[in-house]
Write a protein that binds this ligand. Structure first.
Ligand code: AMP
Length: 181
């Protein structure tokens, strides 16, 4: 089985492109803003190099989580010539969907995917910009499994490791580019 990975050299290269925005979207949250990374073609490409390295041959599709997971996931899928599948917030997808609900700090949220988006037994890489508590990514994994597909691994640009999200996704491998302890 593929192990979780983390490359300290790549972290050193990419960390300067993550901007801390205190108290956004609400007081007490330090928002990790990835737009400086996107604005640098070399840093953006290096982040895709990091994802490329963990997108193993058995991966048959890339699933991106709305909305910043679309940016990295779609770019990776195009680079690897793999199908890209969006996991969207409720009510956004036009065709027949499957849905999973998950708990937030206050209330619940949900993710949906088209019912015909993945094949049975297909292995997928789930991509998002940031892993916090892991609730969103775990829900996305459940969605993939509802369609009979398998989660080969997860890949995130940023891991807020002190929140323990990776443990929630175990035993599925979790690949992260920048880790905050
Ligand atoms: P969680 O479900 O707790 O792992 O939260 C992950 C989702 O929330 C991802 O889609 C992130 O984009 C977003 N998110 C959570 N915390 C932050 C943060 N501090 N900065 C930026 N995005 C965040």
């Amino acid at each position: 089985m593929t192990k979780s990975t983390f490359d300290p050299g790549l972290q050193g290269e990419l960390t300067p492109y993550i901007r801390d925005i205190p108290d956004f979207p609400k007081e007490g949250i330090v928002f990790k803003d990835i737009t400086p990374l996107l604005a640098s073609p070399s840093a953006f490409n290096r982040s895709l190099d990091g994802f490329d390295a963990v997108c193993t041959e058995d991966v048959g599709a890339v699933v991106g989580i709305e909305s910043r997971g679309f940016i990295f996931g779609a770019a990776l899928a195009a680079r690897k010539r793999l199908p890209f599948v969006p996991a969207r917030k409720p009510g956004k997808l036009p065709a027949d969907t499957v849905r999973v609900e998950y708990t937030l700090e206050y209330g619940t949220d949900a993710l949906e995917m088209h019912r015909d988006a993945l094949r049975k037994g297909q292995k997928v890489l789930i991509v998002d910009d940031l892993l916090a508590t892991g609730g969103t990514a775990k829900a996305c994994g459940e969605l993939v499994r509802q369609l009979g597909a398998e989660v080969a691994a997860y890949a995130f640009v940023v891991d807020l490791a002190f929140l323990g999200g990776a443990a929630k996704l175990a035993p599925t491998p979790v690949h992260t580019l920048i880790r905050y302890e």
